[in-house]
Ligand binder design. Structure first.
Ligand code: BGC
Length: 414
């Protein structure tokens, strides 16, 4: 009786001590591999006494999730934690929508355990507003070894010319050479790989990051569109609109030989019990020393309620935890964002990624992916995406594609 009377008083006077850390997490990890990785985060959070409200929005690449986010924020109902990329983090932070994570960052020594480059990406105006989960790369070919062997190719191609020759051989045998999901962001992943392979790292930086006019209208850019036209001839008739994971399944099931996709594709192979080096091959796309990176991160939105604030802090702390970084990235196909996580449980694809990532640091080859929104503010990414997809899905010439690219970028700048 006494307890029953006392409890509400206690609850009213000591809200902090009683707040159950709660997060509503808006994310787009809904494929087989992604869902496994997401549930590792949920499990870790719940294991530490938190309450997790799951808000998945299906749609690879996340544009559907971003639409939901905008409408939620507009209606004053921001989710507590959101899977967000660094340019979008800046855009939301500029609007004052994000919570400051400096106290967690200081307590957990983020300045010592995160790579400098990622520290910058997670900050706005010198303050932490997001927390990194991983490092993915988009410059990868996922190949079916049996299909390659069927045309006598032991190896994945080392240049785009070699790629074309191999693809022609596969096509002549009735095999679909290139598994592509015809959604704009997937087409841009293909495009950025061609930019890197044909132009090199300096050209990638100038054209796709600095948006330098000379680079954008150069002959090199025309060659990139020429190659995109050739690649269009290597995809199957049903590619339009196909999800990336169904596209990965085509390589897995022997329907197509190669997919060019971020290493979240590895998460799909692993979730299906496939073994790297045996059931599938992972090799970086033709380029000298480029590494097209993509870091998933969570931004915490400004919300009120002790339970929610406690939830945001707990989630941020756990995400950078060493054990979590290992567990999550083993499932997701990426490598840890945190420095010094033991790599002994990681497979050959991840070890190669780690090695290439290190090598790219010394050569300006560590470049953000445009296709998955790492490189530019939304409007400018949109200008590139629109051009690439209109060119790929029509008979537009390379000259016209280059003019359109300049025009769209100019419009997006206004
Ligand atoms: C995300 C990945 C995700 C992929 C496909 C990318 O934007 O960074 O984590 O697996 O989209 O949905």
């Amino acid at each position: 009786m006494l307890a029953a009377i006392c409890l509400p008083v206690f609850a009213l006077t000591m809200p902090n001590a009683r707040a159950e850390p709660t997060v509503e997490v808006l994310h787009y990890w809904t494929s087989g591999g992604e869902a496994k990785a997401a549930s590792a985060l949920k499990k870790d959070f719940e294991g530490h006494g938190g309450k997790w409200i799951d808000s998945p929005v299906a749609g690879g690449g996340g544009s559907a999730a971003m639409t939901v986010l905008r409408s939620r924020v507009l209606s004053g109902d921001a989710p507590t934690a959101v899977q967000l990329k660094s340019p979008a983090i800046l855009e939301w932070a500029e609007q004052g929508a994000l919570a400051n994570l400096d106290d967690v960052a200081t307590k957990e020594h983020w300045n010592d355990i995160l790579p400098k480059r990622l520290q910058t990406l997670m900050q706005y105006d010198g303050h932490y507003v997001a927390v990194p989960v991983n490092i993915h790369r988009t410059d990868m070919i996922w190949a079916n070894p049996e299909l390659l062997a069927s045309v006598g190719a032991g190896d994945v191609p080392k240049s785009w010319d070699e790629f074309n020759t191999l693809a022609e051989k596969l096509q002549a045998k009735g095999v679909i050479p290139l598994a592509l999901g015809g959604q704009p962001w997937q087409e841009v992943i293909l495009f950025e790989n061609v930019v890197l392979g044909i132009g090199g790292t300096e050209f990638y930086q100038k054209a796709l990051i600095d948006l330098d006019e000379e680079a954008l209208k150069s002959d090199t850019m025309k060659k990139v569109f020429d190659e995109m036209r050739i690649l269009r001839g290597f995809v199957d008739a049903d590619f339009s609109g196909r999800d990336w994971n169904l596209t990965t399944a085509m390589v897995m099931n022997g329907k197509a030989a190669m997919q060019i996709m971020g290493d979240w594709a590895k998460g799909e192979f692993l979730a299906a019990g496939k073994v790297p080096g045996k059931d599938f091959l992972c090799v970086s796309t033709p380029s000298k020393d480029g590494y097209l990176f993509n870091t998933d991160s969570f931004a915490m939105f400004e919300v009120s309620g002790d339970d929610k604030v406690a939830g945001q802090k707990l989630l941020a702390e756990l995400i950078v935890g060493e054990k979590f970084q290992e567990t999550f990235n083993l499932l997701k196909g990426s490598i840890p964002a945190r420095l010094g996580v033991p790599m002994d449980k990681f497979d050959e694809c991840a070890l190669q990624s780690e090695k290439d990532m290190q090598a790219s640091q010394g050569s300006d080859g560590f470049l953000p992916s445009v296709g998955v929104d790492m490189a530019l503010p939304g409007a400018l990414t949109g200008a590139i995406v629109d051009t690439v997809t209109s060119h790929f899905n029509s008979d537009m010439s390379s000259d016209d594609a280059v003019s359109k690219l300049l025009e769209n970028i100019e419009l997006a700048r206004d």
